[in-house]
Design a protein around this ligand. Structure first.
Ligand SMILES: Cc1ncc(COP(=O)(O)O)c(C=O)c1O
Length: 436
């Protein structure tokens, strides 16, 4: 048997050594970094026999980061807003400004942070809310959104999401406001699907309630608002990454200036703390990784788009049995969640796929309102009750399938045929539409 990677033209010939089947690599060409990434992945897959991994970060390698590290050696500046952090912020500002051109007559500004969670906490704190202010956020999100609210002295109010986009919409927030006062709204760009920034600007201006968009996974897709603040994560699982890191972006110089001070313990002048902050700064080493990744972001984006296109084609052949997140415009994906309707939902399919060595993840199950950390906190339904029906059903239906840059067409086909095998009845799935 011979294994040929179509993407990279690497040939693997099996050899038997100490009773184990190993694959010897025959490399036709070894030119670019992507090629070396492919080789590393193929070797990894060969070593793990048949397991298809859920996520594998697509990060710069040592030689790509090297030239930035040499600058650190030269500068002898390791953290505290050094030249590499400044360079990363400047490049990202330029990029975000170009992407958000139609929306942003003014200048956008960016401050980096040590993580997406720290960036959220800093942005909420910089909003200067009253003590125990109420913050509306979807119950269908990653726990960090709620954790940041609590750590900044506010109180979460869990609200529902839209059944198609899986995001909190301005319409849902307006319904909730009929019954509950809130001081801040944090919509989440679920799984990287960008939020409608112009609509959230209108919401903020119309209601007077500030909005912070948690766009943790949406770098490269999320445009900025004029009045909304946007937060991104630069975690290794995201398409744009510095290993660990985060960003706060806004059109207000004052807001960004205050956020930066808060990220530096709250120092507002030498030896003077204006208000209590945290050490939430990005180090120069992380900025080096971020700068290297920014240079290859276009390739990462293309690889992910290619993998998604293969999936979309295969999933569409499943006879209307898969529900994908609805979106009007395509976006940079970090994960691939599908909604599994009926017949035991995501749980049953997950068990079937586990038996076939296909890694999966239940996002977000349980929803936040069912975590011990958040029990007893207010849930505010659209109808004035505490019911969050869409959140409840999505948490039972959504299953993350393997998704990363290095998946081959063969692996995608295998995953999709195993989905069909373990959830084969056409009635088991329901297509919810979307620009798949
Ligand atoms: C919606 C959301 N918010 C916040 C975060 C936290 O980001 P970080 O891991 O960079 O702290 C994540 C992480 O994935 C997330 O998905």
């Amino acid at each position: 048997m011979c294994y040929v990677s179509r993407a990279s033209s690497i040939t693997y010939a099996p050899i038997v050594q100490s009773g184990h089947v190993q694959r010897q690599r025959v490399v036709d060409r070894y030119e670019d970094c992507q090629f070396s990434h492919n080789i590393m992945y193929q070797e990894f897959q060969a070593g793990s026999q048949t397991t298809v991994r859920l996520m594998i970060p697509d990060m710069p390698n040592a030689s790509e980061i090297g030239r930035w590290l040499e600058q650190i050696d030269f500068n002898r500046h390791y953290t505290n807003f050094g030249p590499l952090v400044t360079e990363l912020e400047t490049r990202i500002e330029g990029r975000l400004r170009a992407e958000s051109l139609e929306l942003l007559p003014g200048a956008s500004r960016v401050v980096t942070a040590s993580s997406g969670t720290a960036a959220l906490e800093l942005a909420i704190t910089a909003r200067r809310l009253r003590p125990c202010a109420k913050v509306a956020l979807p119950a269908f999100t990653f726990p960090a959104t709620a954790t940041a609210v609590i750590r900044s002295g506010a109180v979460p109010v869990f609200v529902d999401v839209d059944p198609d986009s899986w995001c909190l919409t301005p319409e849902i927030a307006l319904d909730v406001l009929e019954y509950t006062d809130v001081d801040l709204v944090i919509p989440v760009a679920a799984f990287g699907r960008p939020l409608p920034a112009a609509d959230w600007d209108r919401f903020a201006e119309g209601t007077g309630i500030p909005v912070i968009m948690d766009a943790a996974s949406a770098f490269g897709s999320q445009v900025l608002g004029r009045v909304c603040v946007t937060v991104f994560s630069l975690h290794a699982t995201k398409a744009m990454s510095s290993g660990e890191g985060g960003l706060v972006a806004a059109c207000s110089d004052t807001f960004i200036h205050e956020t930066r001070q808060l990220s530096n313990f709250g120092f507002s002048a030498p030896r003077r703390v204006g208000s209590p902050g945290l050490n939430g700064k990005l180090s120069e080493y992380h900025a080096a990784v971020g700068l290297a990744q920014l240079e290859r972001f276009g390739e990462v984006r293309e690889r992910r788009a290619r993998v998604y296109a293969h999936y979309a084609e295969r999933l569409s052949q499943l006879d209307g049995r898969v529900a994908l997140q609805h979106t009007e415009t395509e976006f940079v994906r970090s994960v691939l969640p599908v909604a599994v309707l009926g017949m035991g939902g995501a749980e049953r399919l997950e068990v079937g796929l586990q038996g076939e060595k296909i890694e999966t993840r239940r996002w977000y199950c349980p929803p936040l309102n069912e975590h011990r950390a958040f029990l007893g906190m207010q849930c505010a339904g659209r109808d004035g009750s505490s019911d969050l029906p869409v959140t409840t059903s999505l948490s039972e239906q959504i299953l993350g399938l393997p998704f990363h840059s290095f998946l081959s067409e063969f692996e995608i086909a295998r995953v999709c045929s195993l989905v069909e095998k373990h959830h084969g009845s056409p009635r088991a799935f329901s297509m919810q539409g979307g620009a798949a």
